[in-house]
Design a protein around this ligand. Sequence first.
Ligand code: C2O
Ligand code: CU
Ligand code: CU
Length: 485
Amino acid sequence: MKRRSVLLLGTLGLAACSAEPPPHEPTYTNRLRIPPLADSRKSADGATEFALELRADGRSSFLPGTVTTTWGINGAYLGPVIRATRGDRVRMIVTNRLPEVSTLHWHGMRLPARMDGGPHQTIATGATWQPEWTIEQAAATTWFHPHPHERTAMHVYRGLAGLFLIDEPGGPDLPDRYGVDDIPLIIQDKRFSADGALVEGGVESGTFGFLGNRILINGTYDPFFEARTSLVRFRLLNASNARVYRVGFTDGRPVRVIAGDLGLLERPVDVDRVKLSPGERAEIVVAVRPGEQLLLDSRGEDSSTANDIEEEDFPLLKVVGAATLAASAALLESLGGAPATPPPAGARVRRFVLSGSEINDRDMDLSRIDEVVPAGAHEIWELDNTTYAHNFHIHEVPFRILDVDGTPPPEYQRGPKDTVFVPKKATVRLSARFGTHTDAVTPYMYHCHILRHEDKGMMGQFVVVAPGTEDRVSRSLPVAHTHHD
Ligand code: C2O
Ligand code: CU
Ligand code: CU
């Protein structure tokens, strides 16, 4: 079977939504929006404080001549980019101005469970939540988004997400001037009605939930980016509800990958395409010549082997080289990313069977602790997918992919990660070294990051506890159950 083209799908796939105009051929006429860097201030106790406000009153302009009501963090759509350095003590002052309860989760961050912003750290309308922690992990592109029980898909779809960049002193010489040669690319698919409103059909229904027909990057439709340096670093985040992208250049030149979800690779790796399922990140470095035009796009997989979250083609971004470019430092052969430490002989193996939207035949239950992990444990987590495609994200812990159906992952996916694509019917094994923030009564989450699946209950909870105390941990939590459906 042949891949479907999104240009066709716009009209065919949406008989029910006749008001929706089909996407046209890309013209790349909109300048790529660069989310602002978040302001911070030093508090009296030495912490770096960031104030974040979740808002529902955004007025955005995505398609020409229309205004779209959106949600945003400190702005109309998406959030500011938070930038902090390893060793910093950070405090987040998060205020919920939404008409409903939410949370804010630091995806990819190692921190105490109480600070994680998962479904237990709710923020009522009008309330402020102030988590704080010390950044104790390597340079990486992490992100943040709401994680309310059964409502994550809608909150993210309406616009609540942002990047959190961690710098580290003494790293390799890479493009790092934000907005100049260090550029975020937050990739999301959407649908719009004729009047410009976000189409929400599918966000809370269907097998995979929402699948859009137009791409926004940083909230810009049909974008171009003007490069002014000979090397540009792009930080890619798939912040879509369900869509999987395979990002590459239309002219077939290789993509040079320098980092995955949680930091630098050992060395740059050239690939044809970078595959990103929801929640995954990659950093790439692109060499640009004066006046050159490059097109980034996403190419689907063949539908005989893929699910419909990975089949379609999309235009993404035109990169235009300015007439004169500032010379960038040459990219180093060695990036200094840490090599993987193999799991020790006899490492504990935990097995997770993924079915339609359950893990080990159970739906998410906020009051149930599914797994108890001793602090510092180095374990193998085995994901056995019995059905269609999923992915899998674990809070707190950077992991390495050991293998997919027995085959090691491509080199560009061998760095530290927090989210992994799990192809249909595949078995994926992970090597995970857990941290040392213990808390027997506050769990971290693991879940499918296809947001419809997450909301339907494809999630479990684990606590990290002092080694030797596992048997004394209560497996049930006193929590009030909230249901939206
Ligand atoms: Cu990005 Cu538990 O989520
Ligand atoms: Cu997370
Ligand atoms: Cu899933």
